[in-house]
Design a protein around this ligand. Structure first.
Ligand code: CTP
Ligand code: MG
Length: 171
């Protein structure tokens, strides 16, 4: 199993399609206060965690919370799909501004799993096209993550790898 040894002061960027298990992974390995979820922020601004039309407001909130945490030298986890390089660029810049280590954790248990899991979620009423596009986009950008500025890149590329992974911290 992979042991993800993260520096105490990291900005952790989860990368994974809808249904890949990001939020589940985050709640297993990080404190609730460390995890900043774009869906949760959607809910905070408009009572609907699935309303994509208010994404800009939700992400403003994610960015503000993340920045406040980094300013206070607290680890933060960005729980969003973070599919595109353009979405990840902001997080790298934010980490650099506060001298936190930008860490990427790619959660890719496979497209079929993402589709199957979303079928069981009443709040994720879209077809397989959505996760399919996300998985493709993520895989296309994988090799470039270090070049984007991530100082640690962890790839968990099967259900087993995600389940077995262990997260530790070092000062
Ligand atoms: N799930 C599961 N077993 C796992 C991981 C997740 O059964 N090892 C289930 C969760 O209970 C949830 C669904 O799969 O119902 C999706 O997991 P979640 O962690 O919510 O996925 P996310 O990547 O956070 O999806 P989204 O981007 O849509 O928030
Ligand atoms: Mg989630």
């Amino acid at each position: 199993p992979t042991t993800l040894e993260l520096p105490d002061f990291s900005l952790v960027v989860l990368i994974g399609a809808t249904g890949s298990g990001k939020s589940t992974f985050a709640s297993r390995w990080f404190a609730p206060t460390e995890v900043i979820s774009s869906d949760r922020c959607r809910g905070l601004v408009c009572d609907d965690e699935n309303d994509q039309s208010i994404s800009a407001d939700a992400f403003d909130l994610v960015r503000t919370i993340a920045e406040k945490r980094l300013k206070n030298r607290r680890l933060a986890v960005i729980d969003a799909t973070n599919v595109r390089a353009s979405e990840r660029r902001d997080w790298i810049a934010l980490a650099r501004r506060w001298h936190a280590l930008p860490v990427a954790i790619v959660i890719d248990p496979g497209l079929d799993i993402c589709i199957e899991r979303n079928k069981l979620r009443p709040d994720r009423a879209f077809g397989p096209k959505v996760p399919q596009r996300m998985v493709q986009e993520i895989r296309k950008g994988l090799r470039n993550l270090a070049h984007e500025g991530f100082r640690q890149v962890w790839k968990l590329s099967s259900v087993e790898a995600v389940d077995a992974a262990i997260v530790t911290r070092k000062p």
